[in-house]
Design a protein around this ligand. Structure first.
Ligand code: PGA
Length: 222
């Protein structure tokens, strides 16, 4: 199976910076790996336009409303994304759980919204709530998720989780969710990525995805 590389830009970048990133990434757009770009909402069209002919590059959102379309001011729901070519949604990232108080139930509701509308959820979990999160997801939906093991202590800190732990948790996640792709995320860089690709199905990258050349280095490290 091809490894998955997700670029999670979080709430970084201006329109001009997105243009620069896409221009710098052009020489790498025909690589073999499966790449998913998750820009902030306002840049979805910009990225979609540039990747539209690229089979191995897809678009993701970083969040979704727990609600369907309706009177929910400020929310972005799955229906709003129609026509943008969004294939994936990163859901339950620890920053959403921490700063926006998303509960396991909220994340489960978002997963339901996504899958009901043809979007594949990339569900972020830490080791201590894998089961609690999974229990709230309809059991028939579990195997339709991609799961990212994101240890809190490793996110944005440079303190990458030991490979041994990642190996163990990837197995644990597969035993709970089924045969789903399991990614690792947290302080991945071109210097440290190699062993993590051996024990996971890919990586969810924050900081090292902000620069196109650095992200391209990750893709070439296999
Ligand atoms: P990081 O972020 O690569 O900057 O640690 C990872 C993430 O938040 O998914």
């Amino acid at each position: 199976m091809k490894k998955l590389f997700i670029a999670n830009w979080k709430s970084n970048k201006t329109q001009e910076e997105v243009d620069i990133w896409l221009e710098s990434f052009k020489p790498y757009m025909d690589l073999e790996q499966e790449v998913i770009i998750a820009p902030p909402y306002p840049f979805l069209s910009l990225v979609a336009e540039k990747i539209k002919d690229k089979e191995n590059i897809s678009l993701a959102v970083q969040n979704l409303s727990t609600y369907p379309a309706g009177s929910y001011t400020g929310e972005v729901c799955v229906r709003n994304l129609d026509g943008f070519g969004v294939k994936y949604a990163i859901l339950g990232h620890s920053e959403r759980r921490r700063y926006f108080k998303e509960s396991h139930q909220d994340v489960a509701n978002k997963i339901f919204q996504a899958l009901n509308n043809g979007i594949v959820p990339v569900v972020c979990v830490d080791q201590n709530y894998i089961e609690d999160q999974a229990q709230l997801i309809y059991s028939e939906l579990l195997s339709k998720c991609i799961v990212a093991y994101e240890p809190l202590a490793a996110i944005g800190t440079g303190e990458i989780a030991p490979v041994k732990n990642v190996t163990k948790v990837v197995k644990e996640i597969k035993s709970v969710f089924g045969k789903v792709p399991v990614l690792y995320g947290g302080s991945i860089s071109p210097e440290n990525i190699a062993p993590y690709l051996k024990v996971s199905d890919g990586v969810l990258v924050g900081g090292a995805s902000l620069n196109a050349e650095v992200f391209a280095d990750l893709l070439q490290s296999e």
